[in-house]
Design a protein around this ligand. Structure first.
Ligand code: SF4
Length: 469
C-alpha cells in the first residue's frame, strides 16, 4: 500500500484511491495503464470500485455511436455515488479523458457540473497538475503527442510484470480524414514515436514477461519514426529491428490502412518469422463509389491487389477487416459490391457496423442518409456471410497442431486461455495442475479438437503436458 506524496488523507492516513474506467480500443487500454502508473506515482492507490474512489477517470472513446451521450449517462451515475459519498464527508473528483473529452472540451464542464478536469488524449501527462487547478482552467486539449509519450515513459512502472501479450503504441493520430471518422479531429495529426524509445520499451516489456507484442497506432503502417542517425524508419524497418530483440516471439500491428501497405511491409510477413500470420486491414466498403465518398484513398482493385500480394508472401495469412454498411448514398448495387468483395477475400474475422453520423464529419452533413431499416437489413445479410466465414476459418484448424501462447486462466477451474498465431482464442483444460505458471506465459503446442464461431478447444500435446506434482 502506497502512502507517499500529497495524496494521503490526513485523518485516516490512508492513501487516496483512484478508479479508472476505460472505453474503446486497445490504444485507450494502453493509455489507461500509463495513467494508472502516473497516478500511483502521485500517491493514489488504484481501486476497482468508484464508490470508494477519491478520483474517477473516464478514459473515453468517440468511435461508437452516441459516445458522448454514454459518457454523460455515466457521469449521471457517478453523481449519485458522489451524493452518497457526501453523506460521509468524502468528495470524489472526476476527470474525463480521451477522445470524447477532446471533442467536447469546455462544453463538458458546462453540461456536467460534477466534472473537474477534461483532458484530451495527447495531454494525459498534465492530469496531476490539472487536478490541482481551478475548475475553469482544467480543460486541456493540446496535441503535443511527443510530450505525452516522454512524460508517460517516465511514469511507467518499469519493473512490474506485464501480460504475455502486451501492447506498444508506436503512432497516434491520422491525416487521412475519412468522411465518417472523428479520429483526425480527436487524436490530431499523425505522430510517430522515435525508434530508440520503442526499442527500449519493447526490451523492457520482454524483461517483464511479454512474448507477443502488438504495435498500436490509429494508422500504424503510416509509421515514420525518427532514428538516432537523423533519418526516419518505416514500420517494416521497425519490425526488423524489433525481431532482433531476443525474447520477442510474436509481433503484430494494428490498425493498418490499405494505402500504406507498401512492398517492404508485405515482404516482412514473408521474411520475419515473428510477424504473425494475422492482419487487420479495414476495407470499409467494397464499392468504389462509396470508397470515394468515404475519402478512403483506395479502391477495391488496390485492396484485392494487396490481399493477393500478402497471401503470396504468407499463404496462411488470416485477414480481418472493418466494414460499414449504409454510408450515405449507398445503393443496393454498392452493397452488392461489398458482399462480392467479402466473398472473394474470405475473412477470418471481421467487425461490421451500421453507419452512424459523427458530428463534425462530412458524412454527417450529407442529406442522402440511408434509412435505418435498410441499414439493419444490409448488416444482417453481411453478418450472416461473415459469421459463416469466421466459423469456416476456425473449423479449418480442427485436427491441426497450433502453437498457443497462454495468457490467462479461464472461468472454469483448471481452464486456460491462449491464442494461436491467427488470433483465435483457444481453451484447454488441465484440471490437475497446481501451478498455473507451468502454462501461462508459455507457447505450447495444442491439438485443436473443436471449433466454435468465437473460439477453439484443444488439448496440450503429450510432450508439453506439465509435470503433475
Ligand atoms: S484512416 Fe482510420 S483513423 Fe484515419 S480517418 Fe480513416 S478510419 Fe479514421
Amino acid at each position: 500500500m502506497k502512502k507517499t506524496g500529497t495524496n494521503i488523507d490526513a485523518k485516516s492516513a490512508a492513501p487516496r484511491k483512484a478508479f479508472i474506467k476505460t472505453y474503446g480500443c486497445q490504444m485507450n487500454v494502453y493509455d489507461s495503464e500509463r495513467i494508472e502508473n502516473m497516478l500511483s506515482k502521485e500517491g493514489y492507490e488504484i481501486t476497482a470500485s468508484p464508490e470508494e474512489a477519491d478520483l474517477t477517470v473516464l478514459n473515453t472513446c468517440h468511435i461508437r455511436e452516441k459516445a458522448a451521450e454514454k459518457v454523460y449517462s455515466e457521469l449521471g451515475r457517478l453523481r449519485i455515488i458522489q451524493a452518497k459519498q457526501g453523506e460521509t464527508g468524502q468528495a470524489m473528483k472526476i476527470a474525463v479523458a480521451g477522445c470524447v473529452a477532446q471533442a467536447e472540451g469546455e462544453e463538458m464542464l458546462r453540461r456536467a457540473s460534477n466534472v473537474d478536469v477534461v483532458v484530451g488524449p495527447q495531454a494525459y501527462q498534465d492530469l496531476p497538475e490539472l487536478l490541482k487547478q481551478d475548475r475553469k482552467n482544467a480543460v486541456r486539449q493540446d496535441f503535443a503527442a511527443d510530450d505525452k509519450f516522454e512524460a508517460l515513459k517516465k511514469a511507467s512502472q518499469r519493473n512490474a510484470p506485464v501480460q504475455p501479450a502486451a501492447f506498444l503504441t508506436i503512432q497516434e493520430g491520422c491525416d487521412k480524414f475519412c468522411t465518417f471518422c472523428v479520429v483526425p479531429y480527436t487524436r490530431g495529426a499523425e505522430y510517430s514515436r522515435p525508434v530508440a524509445d520503442l526499442l527500449d520499451e519493447a526490451q523492457n516489456l520482454v524483461a517483464r514477461g511479454a512474448k507477443d507484442i502488438t504495435l498500436l497506432g490509429q494508422n500504424v503502417n503510416a509509421y515514420h519514426g525518427a532514428t538516432d542517425a537523423g533519418g526516419t524508419e518505416t514500420l517494416s524497418g521497425l519490425l526488423h529491428q524489433l525481431a532482433e530483440i531476443g525474447g520477442i516471439e510474436r509481433l503484430r500491428y494494428t490498425t493498418s490502412h490499405p494505402k500504406d501497405m507498401d512492398e517492404q511491409l508485405i515482404a516482412a510477413h514473408r521474411d520475419i518469422p515473428q510477424v504473425m500470420p494475422y492482419l487487420h486491414l479495414p476495407v470499409q466498403s467494397g464499392s468504389d463509389r462509396v470508397l470515394k465518398a468515404m475519402n478512403r484513398r483506395h479502391g477495391r482493385s488496390l485492396y484485392f491487389d494487396i490481399v493477393a500480394k500478402l497471401r503470396d508472401a504468407r499463404p496462411d495469412l488470416a485477414l480481418s477487416s472493418d466494414i460499414i454498411v449504409g454510408f450515405p448514398g449507398e445503393t443496393d448495387a454498392d452493397f452488392q459490391d461489398t458482399l462480392d468483395l467479402v466473398e472473394t477475400v474470405e475473412y477470418a474475422q471481421c467487425y461490421s457496423f451500421k453507419y452512424s453520423p459523427r458530428a463534425g464529419t462530412p458524412g454527417a452533413e450529407r442529406e442522402d442518409q440511408v434509412p435505418e431499416e435498410v441499414k439493419s437489413e444490409r448488416l444482417a445479410v453481411l453478418q450472416h456471410i461473415l459469421n459463416a466465414q469466421q466459423l469456416a476459418f476456425n473449423q479449418s484448424k480442427v485436427g491441426t497442431t497450433q502453437p498457443v501462447l497462454f495468457e490467462r486462466l479461464g472461468k472454469k477451474p483448471g481452464q486456460f486461455i491462449g491464442r494461436t498465431p491467427y488470433m483465435q482464442a483457444v481453451h484447454i483444460d488441465v484440471p490437475y495442475l497446481s501451478d498455473p505458471s507451468a502454462v501461462i506465459g508459455r507457447i505450447l503446442d495444442c491439438h485443436i479438437q473443436h471449433a466454435g464461431p468465437n473460439s477453439l478447444k484443444g488439448a496440450l500435446l503429450q510432450k508439453d503436458l506439465p509435470d503433475v506434482a
